[in-house]
Design a protein around this ligand. Structure first.
Ligand code: ADP
Ligand code: MG
Length: 726
């Protein structure tokens, strides 16, 4: 099929599209019945498990107490019966290797009984621990030192669930993935470790303030997910979208997003049914999806659940990405989770709303009603300021990937400089502490307060800032630099760990300053705030994060600006990060080094694959299209000459010139893409500074061709079609 045929076929398929799925019916089956119906939830456990087993399991879930292994058999057999009743035939440990995807290996419940029949089998051991061949997953040099075998260990805090596929139902058990010597090979293990560190340090602060709780302090995460939905037919005509998840070519459409008529607009019907069906699937899995809306770019959407404990929210986000992709297909759509599928059009992010606390104490980033509560709030707030100032580079590193480099700093997503938006009122109050004269809250009546009677704080900072990577939004921080396709675990782990470090520092300092005397606590808090603001306020910035002035100002303030992934990834093994992660037992030097190696390798692989695709598409699709037009123009010139008329050759010259440069560009890229470079860091640098610019140069030429080659000769679906034909 020639390219232009593929295009017109795609458009015909879309315009004659008829949904073959009946609309969802919530009248017969209520959403409340569907919600969590595929989860081995607290309710199911309570109903089915013997009381004593249930209680013990709850204790493990809530307090992180180790599960009595003798109970695992009972839990497993109950879980199996429940799953089989619901139609499951297989089970799997789901784990989260460093590839960024989740991994599964399905195992049947059936075992031969020796008499030609079968029995179902699922023991406590099969539930709690599985063996996974670690050698098929990236381990960044850990494999040579350790055994290739890895094992998966049940994460009791994330409930098991049933995944429905067209071919059957599988019981899925979320797990951590480790080597036999206990080295973390996944994204979940460090997150769980960082939660423990956070609990320990945050509890010290609560204790100082006399705040009692029977539950551990945990971190929460509310993850807003952006994505694109375009018609599937276009994707088959775009090898770049199909394999790289983004367009490597494509001229800007005549109409882009400049009218801002898409944001919060009415969703097209097909998109609406796709998203509501995805939500229904997510309801079944107990994912508390709450909002959906049109995003800024054409064909871009967002879906967001209610926040949950971080570990669960992050597992649920992985499920959300899987479900969106799967359900989109059923509606003839393709879900693009890539950070920048269309150049020149807004990319997609994933906002991580971060807070800490528990069901008893609420969120600790929430200003309180009394001066005493506010004092505690301010301690948590300045701890975050100190943490971001000291370890902003680490947070930046957790969002480093080839795909996110197209977004960060491109005037739509926050810049690569990590700064904090606090709003004017809080900034003003902190400044009052710094100069040692606390008067009160700006815009409110002035209060005569010393450092030991703190001013009432604004419950809502009021102003909103969308250009800051890390914004305080009243009772949480919103981290906006995460890419849409990325698991949120590494960022959440970093946030937990830098908070642990700062709370540790604050607790030790307050203990020293107050000498353990509660009467002296408020004065100590005043001093602590003063010190931290004095030393770390450079990280606070309430202005426009997109502006050039900020880039200069940030540099003057000494804030790191890692513009590209290879630069940012170096932070993982910097002495202060190694020290930080080792002190709180989150990741050892060796584990950090392994991660760095894996991410560098992934970066190189991504760029290499994209560059090869550019070469292939350039040679077999784009160059030939230009050549065809060149032939038409030549024929027209010859015809003119035959009639003794002087042809206008301006366009022909342009085509000649562009095609020649295109051919040269492709040769240059080909010479560079596979250049042997031994050191992976050097290779990443080369990819970043030589290969990417070479790809971009080719793209510019190709996109120019697209604007002059006749429509019927152009083989690739255009931006116009992909983004606006729905
Ligand atoms: P926005 O105004 O940024 O679109 P929303 O009100 O839709 O924000 O909330 C975004 C996300 O923040 C949701 O997932 C929400 O549940 C979550 N969120 C709200 N409060 C908290 C909190 N205390 N901690 C973590 N996440 C929270
Ligand atoms: Mg938001």
């Amino acid at each position: 099929m020639s390219g232009s045929n593929a295009r017109s076929n795609a458009i015909r398929a879309i315009t004659s599209y008829k949904p073959d799925l009946a609309p969802l019916n919530y009248a017969d089956t209520k959403p409340t019945e569907i919600y969590g119906s595929n989860v081995f939830s607290d309710k199911v456990m309570k109903e089915r498990l013997p009381r004593i087993v249930y209680k013990s399991l709850r204790k493990t879930i809530e307090q992180g107490v180790q599960l009595d292994p003798s109970l695992a058999d009972i839990v497993a057999s109950t879980m199996k019966d429940w799953a089989i009743e619901k139609g499951a035939t297989h089970f799997t440990h789901v784990f989260y290797p460093l590839t960024g995807h989740s991994a599964e290996k399905h195992d049947g419940f059936l075992s031969p009984d020796g008499n030609g029949g079968v029995i179902t089998e699922f023991s406590g051991k099969m539930l709690s621990q599985g063996e996974a061949d670690g050698s098929s997953f990236p381990s960044g040099g850990l494999r040579s030192t350790f055994e290739a075998r890895g094992y998966t260990a049940w994460d009791v805090t994330s409930p098991a669930y049933l995944m429905e596929n067209s071919s059957g139902i599988v019981l899925c058990i979320p797990t951590a993935f480790l080597s036999w010597t206990g080295v973390a090979l996944d994204r979940k293990t460090p997150l769980l470790r960082s939660n423990q560190a956070l609990n320990k340090q945050a509890s010290r602060i609560l204790k100082l303030f006399g705040k009692k709780t029977s539950l551990p302090i945990i971190s929460y995460s509310g993850l807003e997910q952006e994505f694109f939905l375009i018609d599937r037919n276009f994707v088959f005509g775009r090898p770049d979208l199909l394999t790289a998840g983004r367009t490597l070519f494509g001229a800007k459409p005549a109409k882009g997003q400049e009218f801002e008529d898409q944001y919060y607009g009415v969703m097209p019907r097909r998109v609406m049914s796709c998203i509501t069906e995805a939500e229904r699937e997510l309801y079944k899995l107990g994912v508390p999806v709450r909002t959906h809306h049109n995003e800024v770019a054409p064909s871009q959407y967002e879906i967001a659940p209610v926040f949950e404990t971080a570990n669960l929210a992050i597992d649920h986000n992985q499920l959300m990405m899987t479900v969106l992709k799967k359900v989109a297909k059923r509606h003839g759509l393709h879900c693009l989770l890539h950070e920048k599928p269309f150049s020149g059009i807004n990319g997609s992010g994933k906002h991580l709303n971060y807070s800490i606390g528990n069901a008893e104490v609420g969120t600790l980033f929430e200003p309180g009603e009394t001066p005493h509560e506010n004092a505690m709030f301010l301690v948590f707030l300045v701890a975050a300021i100190r943490g971001l100032h000291k370890y902003g580079g680490l947070l930046r590193a957790t969002v480093a990937a080839a795909s996110n480099d197209h977004r960060l700093g491109a005037n739509e997503a926050p810049p690569a400089i990590m700064s904090m938006f606090l709003g004017d009122q809080l900034t003003d109050i902190l400044e009052q502490f710094r100069v040692g004269q606390v008067r009160g809250s700006k815009g409110k009546r002035l209060m005569n307060v010393g450092v030991d009677t703190l001013p009432p704080l604004p419950a809502d900072p009021g102003d909103r800032n969308r250009t800051s990577p890390f914004a305080f939004t009243g009772n949480r921080f919103e981290f906006r630099a995460l890419g849409s396709s990325m698991p949120a675990s590494a960022s959440q782990t970093a946030l937990n760990t830098i908070m642990s470090d700062s709370l540790d520092y604050a607790a030790t300092r307050l203990e020293k300053l107050s000498g353990g005397d509660p009467e002296k606590l408020h004065a100590a808090v005043g001093k602590l705030i003063q010190e931290i603001v004095e030393e770390h306020s450079a990280v606070i910035f309430n202005g426009d994060g997109y502006s050039e002035i900020w880039h200069q100002e940030a540099e003057r303030r000494g804030l790191p600006n890692y513009r590209t992934t290879p630069e940012a990834l170096m932070v993982y093994t910097s002495p202060d990060v190694v020290d930080l992660y080792s002190r709180y037992n989150v990741l050892s030097r060796q584990e950090l080094k392994a991660r760095q190696e894996i991410y560098i390798e992934q970066y190189c692989k991504t760029i290499r694959a994209e560059a090869n695709l550019v070469i292939r598409m350039g040679r077999t699709i784009i160059y030939p299209a230009g050549l065809r037009f060149q032939q038409e123009l030549l024929r027209a010139c010859l015809d003119m000459r035959a009639l003794n008329r002087e042809p206008d050759t301006v366009l022909l010259d342009d085509i000649d010139d562009t095609l020649r440069k295109l051919r040269e560009g492709l040769e240059h890229l080909e010479n560079n893409v596979d250049m042997k470079i031994e050191d992976p860091v050097q290779e990443a640098h080369h990819k970043c500074t030589v290969v990417i610019p070479a790809m971009n140069a080719i793209r510019t030429l190709a996109d120019h061709l697209e604007t002059i080659v006749p429509e019927d000769l152009w083989p690739l679906p255009s931006y116009q079609e992909m983004l606006f034909v729905k």
